[in-house]
Design a protein around this ligand. Structure first.
Ligand SMILES: Nc1nc2c(ncn2[C@@H]2O[C@H](COP(=O)(O)OP(=O)(O)OP(=O)(O)O)[C@@H](O)[C@H]2O)c(=O)[nH]1
Ligand SMILES: [Mg+2]
Length: 358
């Protein structure tokens, strides 16, 4: 399951975003540090292909892919030095797959705080950068000493040195010129800025018609290093509380498109290179998430470790072709099930049946 951690200044709309995506459950309130304990929730990834396959197979159970959200308390300038509630909240998002910045652009005199998303961005990034610098400084001496006795650690220490220099200059790792190989060597240190970023600019209802120009400065500043989307989080959180037909009506009336969760997921899937494959049968139809470029055994491993270790081959058909043929048995009769080996790169929308032996 992919995990997303929300960061931002107090009153930026993090808990409201959580409610918009997870369907409620978090306290959103117009005062700083409304959130003290993290909100952790899961959402099902809507996918019409899954429903169509389940109907075809008359499956007893339908299991969508899921994503997890972690909403933490607000950061303020100087959080790394103990300002506000400090930065201890950050420990709750050390292991997420991507960081979500919530950057406030909405004006509301009842909600204290700046409405300049660039100011939010600068403060949030600086605090994350300081937190990472602290982590690196804590480890680097130990690793330097260890590297004296173990030459295989030299590259890792070199990566730590590079990271330290970059962070000291105030640059988050994901925006630095560290190579993919260096960034991979830093993985065990769980640095916050060594992760993909999705920036959500929280626009007001009045800015909705012109949200492109509101998010433009953030896009320019991040310069292609992050996914940036605009969202009126307040309205989306309200919409998320409605039942499905009322929600559709509200989204339509306000021109909000497909709504917060699908929009978030599109951006997140793009950011992380996430893809979906399916398994289908009478017992269960299920959506599985994998990274673009994964081979068949790796995808089998998403289902179960034994499937990867004992992988022999996969029978594969694209979901729409299977749907047209009407059933797995008919697809087999028609000779439309491809036999793919361990080098097959699984494609988004593939339906798989794994043959394995352990
Ligand atoms: N007008 C307006 N108000 C919003 C919007 N998004 C959030 N708010 C309000 O702003 C206040 C703060 O929102 P929260 O979601 O609690 O903010 P937070 O980032 O979780 O804040 P902390 O937990 O204190 O860090 C709440 O009263 C929200 O209703 C918006 O798009 N427009
Ligand atoms: Mg909150």
């Amino acid at each position: 399951m992919e995990r997303f951690g929300f960061v931002g200044l107090p009153n930026a709309g993090k808990s409201s975003l959580y409610n918009a995506l997870a369907g409620g459950g978090a306290l959103a309130a117009p005062y700083a540090f409304a959130t003290t304990d993290p909100n952790v929730g899961v959402a099902k990834v809507p996918d019409p292909r899954l429903d169509a396959l389940a109907a075809m197979s008359k499956s007893k159970s339908v299991v969508p892919a899921t994503v997890q959200f972690v909403d933490i308390g607000g950061l303020v300038a100087g959080a790394s030095k103990g300002e506000g509630l400090g930065n201890r909240f950050l420990s709750h998002i050390r292991e997420v797959d991507a960081i979500v910045y919530v950057l406030r652009a909405f004006e509301d005199e009842d909600v204290p705080g700046s409405a300049d998303p660039l100011e939010h961005l600068a403060t949030v990034e600086l605090e994350l950068t300081f937190a990472d610098l602290e982590s690196v400084e804590k480890q680097i001496d130990k690793r330097r000493k260890a590297a004296k006795g173990d030459k295989s650690l030299a590259e890792e220490v070199a990566a730590l040195e590079r990271a330290k220099a970059v962070l000291e200059a105030g640059t988050p790792i994901y925006r630095s010129d560290l190579s993919d190989a260096e960034r991979a060597l830093l993985k065990p240190y769980f640095l916050l800025t060594n992760r993909p970023v999705l920036a959500i600019v929280n626009v007001s209802e009045d800015q909705l018609d012109d949200s492109d120009s509101v998010i433009a400065p953030v896009e320019a500043e991040l310069d292609g290093k992050a996914e940036v989307i605009g969202m009126c989080i307040q309205l989306e959180a309200e919409a998320a509380m409605l039942d499905e037909s009322e929600r559709a009506e509200m989204l339509e009336a306000l021109g909000l498109g497909e709504g917060a969760l699908p929009r978030f997921l599109h951006a997140a899937y793009r950011l992380l290179g996430l893809r979906t494959f399916f398994t289908t049968g009478e017992k269960e139809t299920r959506a599985w998430t994998f990274r673009a470029g994964s081979k068949a055994p790796q995808c089998a491993g998403v289902i179960h470790g034994d499937f990867e270790r004992g992988f022999i081959r996969a029978e594969v058909i694209h979901w729409d072709e299977l749907l047209e043929l009407g059933s797995w048995a008919k697809a087999r009769e028609a000779g439309k099930l491809r036999i793919e080996g361990k080098d097959y790169e699984v494609q988004d929308g593939d339906v798989l049946e794994i043959r394995f032996n352990v």
